[in-house]
Ligand binder design. Structure first.
Ligand SMILES: Nc1ncnc2c1ncn2[C@@H]1O[C@H](COP(=O)(O)OP(=O)(O)O)[C@@H](O)[C@H]1O
Ligand SMILES: [Mg+2]
Length: 254
């Protein structure tokens, strides 16, 4: 049974999608079978992995509302060992439509039960909110990975996120673990980056990944070509950092 990891932070632009795409690709490159689930209505993980949805193609939205079977929505990507259940703007309706449903928080959990056997990892790319789509993701997950951007106000909102995680642990998902906090867009020449690192280490030392993701322009270029950093520029610092993160994660497995 594959490990399900939600990549979550209610702040936008902190590196959730970049991590979903590139950590998954690095794990695939290392030989693990990986499924990305795009739970963000912006669909950036989908397009960033070169997958386009035609009007009548089904996505995670149709699966969540019970109109399609999860297996039928799985699409291969150009990356070795990496598949995706795509998402798009239709998902924003799910946030509303699911509200009146029975067991609305456990929809994704049930969906993934049928597919996660075939993978070593399932990576859920969460939207930038703590709404029903993120709650579904955290309820379905074994663990949560929190990207934290090394910028002003990095820690802002972290308390609220950790609080949400602990509420979900108390009610919907007692086994939910913290996979780790990942420092992203780190710039060693910028004192602020080092300041953020120091602050997080002070409060949450045991939860931080050893691997730090540097700010690297190649990482921001790759999605516009529908490619992961492994395909786009495997020699870049960005690729090296996500390969290192994949190794760190694999080394932790029991
Ligand atoms: N390590 C990095 N170096 C440079 N740019 C990055 C890095 N990580 C993310 N970005 C860029 O920052 C923006 C926000 O990242 P993204 O992964 O989409 O965040 P989120 O999914 O949390 O909203 C994107 O334009 C992305 O290409
Ligand atoms: Mg995103």
């Amino acid at each position: 049974m594959g490990k399900i990891i939600a990549i979550a932070n209610q702040k936008g632009g902190v590196g959730k999608t970049t991590t979903a795409i590139n950590l998954s690709s690095a794990l695939g490159f290392a030989g693990a079978k990986v499924l990305v689930v795009d739970m963000d209505p912006q669909g950036n993980a989908t397009s960033g992995l070169g997958v386009t949805l035609a009007d009548n193609d089904v996505s995670i939205y149709e699966v969540l509302i019970g109109r399609a079977d999860a297996k039928s929505t799985i699409r291969p990507t150009n990356v070795e060992n990496l598949d995706i259940i795509p998402g798009n703007i239709n998902l924003s309706a799910a946030e509303v439509e699911l509200v009146t449903e029975m067991s609305r928080e456990t929809k994704l959990k049930k969906v993934l039960r049928g597919v996660c056997d075939e993978y070593n990892f399932v990576m859920i790319d969460c939207p930038p909110s703590l709404g029903l789509l993120t709650v579904n993701s955290l309820t379905a997950a074994d663990s949560v990975l929190i990207p934290l951007q090394c910028e002003y106000y990095a820690m802002e909102g972290l308390g609220q996120l950790l609080n949400t995680i602990s509420l979900i642990k108390d009610s919907l998902n007692v086994d939910l673990q913290l996979e780790g906090i990942l420092l992203t867009m780190f710039d060693p020449r910028n004192n602020l980056s080092k300041e953020v690192q120091k602050q997080v280490e002070e409060y949450l030392a045991e939860s931080i990944f050893d691997t730090v993701i540097p700010r690297n322009v190649r990482l921001s270029e790759a999605p516009s070509f529908g490619q992961s950093i492994i395909e786009y520029d495997i020699k870049s610092k960005g690729a090296a950092s996500y390969i290192e993160l994949a190794k760190e994660m694999l080394a932790r497995l029991p």
